[in-house]
Ligand binder design. Sequence first.
Ligand code: ATR
Length: 273
Amino acid sequence: MDQYVVFGNPVGHSKSPAIHRLFAEQTGEQLEYSTLLAPLEDFANCALGFFKQGRGANVTVPFKEDAFRLCDQLTDRARRAGAVNMLTRLDNGGLRGDNTDGLGLVRDLTVNVGVSLKGKRILLLGAGGAVRGVIESLLEQEPASLIIANRTVEKAEQLAQIFAELGPVASSGFDWLEESVDIIINATSASLAGELPPIAASLIEPGVTVCYDMMYGKEPTPFCRWASEHGAKLSVDGFGMLVEQAAVAFTYWRGVEVDTAPVLKALRAEMAG
Ligand code: ATR
């Protein structure tokens, strides 16, 4: 049977196997999808070993940059992001790398959450791998502005420069921002430590601003709680983004479309229970 994995470290908590299992059930595809814990110092050998047999893989923290370096072929968006979250074995045995995080985020925001990004003022918090992967897709939606804010401002400045040719992107430190925006997307890893990026509550216009955390968990993340407390119109976690980027991969690998709505619903219910 065709084999797929998600590489990560840690990876035991990953919901990707459950998502792909539900996609396979829905479409009648025959495949195996499991987690693969790669050693922190030796992603390359682990991945090359898997791909002697394996057909495709997703890549999660902290290997997206390692995966990027391993590829023989890259999509334009993966090249610009400098990070790969999806690997596919080519017919000649080489590896193709793509980055579907941005598409996953935009589909979740625009289709599942129902928020148009066109003409909006968007604030993106963070400047790490998670941010690099989504800037291009966000700019394709033609926002009025995209501000990248980061604790280490230089990193935000670098990203704004790299993506400047694609749209109205600017950089900032957290404490320079006061005026409210339409959408705030948290792509820092602060939630992992139960922390919040130090941003002013005045960035939220009550009843208007939509807040999105690329992290997710059983309980609302600290950022989602903060957003709700300050009257955000919506505060949404990143589970839908995970399901949507998985759908892009599944369709690419298997050549069939999937319906993500029932999968999201089933797994959210399972997480809540
Ligand atoms: P990822 O691949 O998840 O983006 P990363 O590349 O390590 O991980 O980036 C982590 C991001 O979260 C960075 O933007 C980091 O800010 P710095 O560049 O200043 O280090 C941000 N971050 C992590 N912890 C944070 C915290 N407690 N408050 C604010 N930002 C935080």
